[in-house]
Design a protein around this ligand. Structure first.
Ligand SMILES: Cc1ncc(COP(=O)(O)O)c(C=O)c1O
Length: 509
């Protein structure tokens, strides 16, 4: 059984000792000292530090050991399966990191004149074109820094479009199915719309009769997460598109989960006017812990004039930043977005090619369905919403029968999985499944790793029936045992920086 390293590692500030050095700076040359006297005088008076900085003082090897020990207490995509549903935690090829970190690329500064960053603009321009091709849209904006940020841009574009047509006053509602990602209603509300929720049918797809009732002249648009949070590809897209478009509304595609349809189907071809994708999920760039990410938005020709400035344009010879867009919604982010993340996506697409992207989709769907079929046989778990239907990139099980029989919940299963050396899946989401376990294996884990997960799940469910206490008190083999969930995420108890730590302990910096 797996055991996380369990170092009793102090904070780096507590490890420091006065006078210890990791690096010794070269002495100031004697002739400079002779000319200027006190070198501190080279710094203008108002920019000189008055008090001593309280930084930990350590040797290089102490720093390396400290962070190595911390990393051994951690778990990541490089350690093993990381099946967090709706997060697409795939392995990120190291070559992309190397390419994006080439000094000729990452030393470019956004304040440089555009004539000196032609190469960078070309990469971003090409990436826009590739993503437009992949999503079947007319133009793409790379600027949003996350999926939810892309949604906010998308719903702002809806506003701009209806405003341009003189209908914004009337069109105040955005329709969101109950199987949508939680950020969808939040983004619609942030853009000033009222959210109308439509329920799912027994197949986990949009209930068409309920949709017909919800749509009206007040409809600004519909946001569809597809495949939805149950991992199910919406079966009635053409009909949904017709219903919404006929009343003058726009269709928004939440393509954060683009992985299973890469190279296979394009939201633009399905009739969607606005699409966002999550670069940090689908296009092999690392994410987690709050960022960084990128949530580009693609739009139809009709909506292109509303996209944020600046737009990168190519006149056949040179690339330019175009701010002269009178209908633009304005700026949505500083500079051109999270360029480092976008560069990795560029390298990812370039290295896989179109055939490679298709294979990503095929293997990710195969893996999710392989897991789904194996897990379906385990006593205590059920697969709500048509258990015979194939899934796309993920599947959502319910641990409700197990909880009823043994008291062991989805949370307890997730904790016990850590003892087996596996990352837990997403739990309690989507809200339409009781005791939900949302599992997304991605294409980057081999069959043996998937089998290890199935075997661990089977054993845990067996343990729940034979020795429930073991599961209820898990994890046992990790660096930290079960945390108080409330305290662990409450701002009053968390100290996320040294400054916060000192403040909580009533000490001065
Ligand atoms: C379907 C879907 N939409 C939107 C988002 C939001 O993306 P982000 O977390 O980058 O804001 C996610 C994130 O997991 C998602 O799965």
């Amino acid at each position: 059984m797996f055991r996380q390293a369990d170092w009793n590692e102090p904070l780096i500030f507590n490890l420091g000792r006065n006078g210890r050095r990791g690096h010794v700076l070269p002495r100031v040359e004697e002739d400079i000292r002779r000319t200027v006297g006190d070198v501190n005088m080279l710094i203008p008076e108002n920019m000189r530090r008055k008090s001593q900085l309280r930084l930990p003082e350590l040797s290089e090897v102490e720093v390396v050991r400290h962070f190595t020990r911390l990393s051994e207490m951690n778990y990541g995509v490089d350690s093993g399966l990381y099946p967090l549903g709706s997060c697409t935690m795939k392995y990120n090829p190291k070559i992309n990191e190397l390419l994006a970190n080439l000094p000729t690329i990452n030393m470019v500064h956004p304040y440089q004149d555009e004539s000196t960053v032609q190469g960078m603009l070309e990469i971003l321009y090409r990436l826009e074109r590739w993503l437009a091709e992949i999503t079947g849209t007319y133009e793409v904006c790379l600027q949003p820094a996350a999926g939810a940020h892309g949604e906010f841009l998308g719903t702002s574009l809806m506003r701009a479009y209806h405003n341009f047509n003189g209908e914004l006053e009337k069109r105040r509602e955005v329709i969101v199915p109950d199987s949508a990602h939680g950020t969808n209603p939040a983004s619609a509300a942030m853009a000033g719309f009222n959210v109308v929720v439509v329920p799912s049918d027994e197949d986990g797809c949009v209930n068409i009769e309920a949709l017909k009732e919800a749509v009206s002249e007040r409809t600004a648009g519909l946001m569809l997460t597809n495949p939805n949070t149950l991992g199910i590809f919406e079966k009635n897209i053409e009909e949904i598109a017709k219903i919404v478009h006929e009343t003058g509304g726009l269709l928004y595609y939440d393509g954060a989960n683009l992985n299973p349809i890469l190279g296979k189907a394009r939201p633009g071809d399905m009739g969607f006017d606005i699409v966002h994708i999550n670069i940090h999920k689908t296009f092999g760039t690392p994410h987690g812990g709050g960022g960084p990410g990128a949530g580009p938005v693609g739009v139809s020709e009709e909506l292109a004039k509303f996209l944020p400035v600046p737009r990168i344009v190519f006149d056949g010879e040179r690339y330019h930043l175009d701010y002269d867009r009178p209908h633009s919604v304005g700026k949505i982010r500083s500079f051109y977005g999270n360029v480092a993340v976008l560069l990795k996506a560029y390298a990812y697409i370039l290295s896989l090619g179109f055939e490679g992207l298709k294979e990503v989709a095929e293997v990710s769907v195969l893996n999710a369905n392989y897991l789904m079929k194996k897990l379906r046989e385990i006593k205590g778990l059920t697969l709500p919403y048509n258990s015979e239907k194939l899934r796309k990139h993920e599947c959502v099980f319910s641990a409700k029968p197990l909880k009823n029989d043994t008291g062991v919940s989805a949370l307890n299963i997730a904790k016990r999985l850590l003892d087996y050396g596996l990352h837990a899946p997403t739990i309690y989401f989507p809200l339409i499944v009781d005791e939900a376990l949302m599992i997304e294996p991605t294409e980057t884990f081999e069959k043996e790793e998937l089998d290890r997960f199935v075997e661990a799940m089977r054993k845990i469910c067996e343990e729940a029936y034979t020795n429930p206490e073991l599961v209820l008190k898990a994890p046992h083999n990790t660096a930290t045992s079960r945390l108080d969930e409330v305290k662990a995420s409450h701002p009053r108890t968390m100290a996320l920086s040294w400054r916060m730590y000192l403040k909580k302990n009533k000490q001065n910096l």
